[in-house]
Every structure is written in structure tokens, then in C-alpha cells.
Design a protein around this ligand. Structure first.
Ligand SMILES: *Cc1c(COP(=O)(O)O)cnc(C)c1O
Length: 482
């Protein structure tokens, strides 16, 4: 066995490298050579398999447990889309090949991108899309660069962007990175951006308004058309952060209520598992008047074929290598075609129903700061529990012991002790009921046995971490002996 292996490997060794260039061990100076064999661990294959299998089981994932992480949309993504993305015809494509022979060798892939753009236009009410940005935050920056290019071309210098205080942190960050000042508008009593405060901050210096609707409280702004009208009267653009599209797909299109630019998070809405930083995709859609600023290359249809076009002098240029995360785009395309219009609407309805079910059953036990019918997520507060010394963090840690991923906590920032729950459309009533019982137990334990909540988690490899300390004194070295 060993002999055969060595023979076949040695035959292939140095393949493609001229023999003379392969360094010989003798070339290493004597002083650098080991005197004794390295102290490598001696383990059997079984021990190694067990080690890595156990490590993999420490992962908390949607494939193993409920994951109601508000704003992040950790929904189950069907496995068939993964299969499609790994078909060799797609996965073996080298990105450079699309630029050869005028796209002749990649017509299928270009068609997928082109058709996905068209579907996203239909879903959002936009005229054109670029699938290049690699995440929501990346799309926001791209979008804000478009806003800057748009105003610049009209000879207008605009200074600031309006953002509500419930917004995702990436919104103000993207505005800043694109060179704008950020004006934050507080949330009104109805859970939406305060309209009166908004009106006060409207000037001819306003470049854009960036909103998500439904917002991070899960509330759809009933004044959204008026907000858009007022912004447009000042010559500003309306930017839609589409991370919450799960609450409205098939029911309402951002383009129809006055938005000019839209990003979507394919990894939240259209079937790509995420977490741990990727890979994602943040397609950016725009109205006709803004299309000429979109990143290059654009994909165009010529006769029956598809071609890449770089001839867009007003474009802001490339924002990512090649054409974005093609595998993620492909999964979104397959998912949208598979569900169809009726399926997408059904998913929206189930997501909204599930969130309202959790909200209705939990509001007896937790403070519900904005009592409204929510869309796909609901934000409760642990403010009643803090009287007994129990905080959102304690609730989150105890849920881990119950096999449930905690909801997003302490966000949005405008709700104290926020618990942001997004059950998604893919969970059964049984799973929701189990989660609700765990939450009710916690509310009761707060009064009867708060210690047990403070001592959680008990089932994890490490208990409570000093997160602030870890952030301030970052140490990425592993010192097993210390
Ligand atoms: C997730 C999210 C973003 C950022 O999107 P990424 O794809 O994570 O960069 C922006 N806004 C909202 C409301 C989000 O939930």
C-alpha cells in the first residue's frame, strides 16, 4: 500500500516544474535543519475524526436549531439551490472566460445574471439592477456613490443624508464613507421615523434619505409616500435598504412607494446561508435616470445573445472583481423561479404571521414598546425584567441552554433592552411554541429563580465572555500552556 502510494505520488511530484528548479533538501543550510524529529502529535485517524466531528457539532446553525436572529434573517435555505450552484457547468467556469470571445463561452452564465436582474426589477419596481456588490453594506456604499455621482452631474453639491435612529449601523457608516454627513431622525411614538422632525431637517442640501421599510422594529411606515414626496421636492433621492424585504415581497414594491435606489441582501431573502461573514450578494437596483451610474460591466442582450459592456462613461466603475458572487446569484435565480410569484407571496405571509404570533403570545410577559401589527419581525424589551436585575443578555444566554439561538439583543438602539425576534417563514408552529414556552419560562424564572438566568449558559464550552475586554485587548494567539 505504502509503496504504491509513494510510487504514484512520486510520479506526479514536480509536475510542470522543471526538475532543476525543484529545491532539494540538501539545499537547506545545515544550521537550519532539525536535530531531532518534530514533536508532532501522534493520533489515530479515529481520534482525528472524532475531534473534528465534535468541533463541527459545536457550531450553532439553522440546520440544527431555531435561529430567530432579528434583522439577520437566518431562515432555512433549501438545499436544491446549493446543488444547482455546484453543477460543474457553472462551478467550473473561470471568471476571466466571460471576457473572452465576446462572452461566447459563457452565454448561460450571462443569461442567468441578466434574467436575475430582470426578476429583481419586477420584484422591487426598479428599472435596472447591478448584481456586482457583494453584501448589503457594500451595496449601500455603491448606492451612496451613485447618489454623489447623480448630484455632481447636475452641478449640485449636497452635504448630508437622513437616516432614522432605528437604522442598521451600516447605513450611517456607508453615508460617511461616501463623503456625506449623517443627520439622524428620532423614532416617533408610532415606531416610525418622526415625520415632524423629518420635515424640520429638509433643506436643499439633502442628498438622500436612507430607509428600510418595514423598519428594524418590523413596522411598515404608513407615511412612506409622503416622506418620498417631501424628499423629492428637495431634489433628494430615496434609498431603500432591502434587508427587510421579507416582510413585503409580492405585497408592495419599493419602487411603487417612491424609492429611487434599492439594495437587496440575497443572503437574507433569496436562499443563501450566511453567518460568519459570507459569501453574500447585495444587488443594487435603480430607476432609469440613475442607471448610467451603475457599476461596470453591465450585461446587455444583443439579439438572442448576451454580452458584457464596459462602455458606460458615467459609471462609477468596478466595485467588485468580475460580476459579483455568481454562485449566490445563481441560487437566488433558482429560488425565485422555484417559488414563483405565488410562492414568494406565501413566504411573505407566513413570515409575517409567524412574527405576529410570537408578538401576540409574548406581549403578556415582555414589554412591547410599539404595539402595532408587525411585519416579519418584532422587537420586545426586557425592561420589565430589569427590575429583578435580569437583562436582555441574561435571557439570551439562558436560551442557548434551551437549544435556541438568542434573538438579536440591544438592537435597534432606540429600544432599551431590545429583544429582536425574526422567526422567518420556514419554521413550524411547534418550533414557535417551543420558543414561546422557553421565553415564558424565563419571564417566570425572573421572579422565582433569577440566579439560574445569571448563571447561564451552562451547556456551552465557554461560559460568559468578557466581550469588552476581548475587544479592547485583542489577542489572537493560542497559548495552550498558559
Ligand atoms: C443585514 C443588514 C444590513 C447589512 O447587510 P450585509 O449584507 O450584512 O452587509 C443593512 N441593513 C439592515 C437593516 C440589515 O439587517
Amino acid at each position: 500500500m505504502k509503496l504504491i502510494f509513494e510510487k504514484s505520488v512520486s510520479k506526479r511530484a514536480g509536475f510542470g516544474v522543471p526538475k532543476a528548479d525543484v529545491p532539494k533538501p540538501a539545499d537547506i543550510a545545515r544550521k537550519y535543519k532539525r536535530k531531532e524529529a518534530a514533536a508532532l502529535p501522534e493520533l489515530s485517524e479515529l481520534d482525528v475524526v472524532r475531534h473534528y466531528t465534535k468541533l463541527s457539532q459545536l457550531n450553532f446553525s439553522i440546520d440544527t436549531n431555531f435561529y430567530p436572529l432579528g434583522s439577520c434573517t437566518m431562515k432555512y435555505n433549501p438545499k436544491f439551490t446549493e446543488k444547482i450552484a455546484s453543477l460543474p457547468g457553472f462551478s467550473d467556469l473561470h471568471p476571466i472566460i466571460a471576457q473572452l470571445g465576446n462572452g461566447r463561452f459563457t452565454q448561460g452564465a450571462l443569461e442567468v445574471i441578466y434574467e436575475t436582474e430582470k426578476l429583481l426589477c419586477e420584484i422591487t419596481g426598479m428599472d435596472e439592477f447591478s448584481l456586482e456588490p457583494l453584501a448589503g453594506a457594500h451595496a449601500e456604499l455603491t448606492g451612496m456613490m451613485l447618489v454623489a455621482a447623480f448630484h455632481k452631474q447636475r452641478g449640485s453639491r449636497r452635504r448630508y443624508v437622513i437616516v432614522p435612529d432605528s437604522s442598521h449601523g451600516t447605513n450611517p457608516a456607508s453615508c460617511s464613507m461616501a463623503g456625506f454627513d449623517v443627520v439622524v431622525i428620532p423614532t416617533g411614538r408610532d415606531g416610525c421615523m418622526d415625520l415632524a422632525e423629518f420635515k424640520k431637517r429638509l433643506t436643499s442640501d439633502l442628498a438622500a434619505v436612507i430607509l428600510t421599510c418595514p423598519n428594524t422594529l418590523g413596522i411598515f411606515n404608513p407615511h412612506i409616500k409622503e416622506v418620498a414626496k417631501l424628499a423629492h421636492q428637495k431634489g433628494a433621492l430615496m434609498y431603500y435598504d432591502g434587508a427587510n424585504l421579507n416582510g413585503i415581497i409580492g405585497k408592495c414594491r419599493p419602487g411603487d412607494v417612491g424609492f429611487d435606489i434599492v439594495h437587496l441582501n440575497l443572503h437574507k431573502t433569496f436562499s443563501t446561508p450566511h453567518g460568519g461573514g459570507g459569501p453574500g450578494a447585495g444587488p443594487l437596483g435603480v430607476r432609469k435616470e440613475l442607471a448610467r451610474f451603475l457599476p461596470i460591466p453591465r450585461i446587455i442582450k444583443q439579439g438572442k445573445g448576451f454580452r458584457l459592456n464596459n462602455n458606460h462613461p458615467d459609471s462609477i466603475g468596478y466595485v467588485a472583481p468580475f460580476y459579483g458572487n455568481f454562485g449566490v446569484i445563481l441560487k437566488a435565480y433558482a429560488y425565485i423561479l422555484f417559488l414563483g410569484k405565488a410562492g414568494l407571496i406565501e413566504a411573505t405571509e407566513a413570515a409575517v404571521l409567524n412574527a405576529n404570533y410570537c408578538q401576540a403570545r409574548l406581549k403578556e410577559y415582555y414589554n412591547l414598546p410599539y404595539e402595532r401589527i408587525c411585519k416579519h419581525e418584532t422587537v420586545l424589551s426586557a425592561s420589565l425584567q430589569t427590575r429583578q436585575g435580569i437583562h436582555a443578555l441574561d435571557i439570551a444566554k439562558y436560551l442557548i441552554d434551551q437549544g435556541i439561538h438568542p434573538p438579536t439583543i440591544y438592537f435597534p438602539l432606540n429600544v432599551k433592552e431590545a429583544l429582536m425576534i425574526e422567526p422567518t417563514e420556514t419554521e413550524s408552529k411547534q418550533t414557535l411554541d417551543d420558543f414561546i414556552s422557553a421565553m415564558i419560562d424565563i419571564a417566570k424564572l425572573t421572579k422565582t429563580n433569577p440566579r439560574i438566568l445569571k448563571d447561564a449558559p451552562q451547556t456551552t464550552p465557554v461560559r460568559r465572555l468578557d466581550e469588552v475586554g476581548a475587544a479592547r485587548q485583542l489577542n489572537l494567539c493560542w497559548h495552550p500552556e498558559k
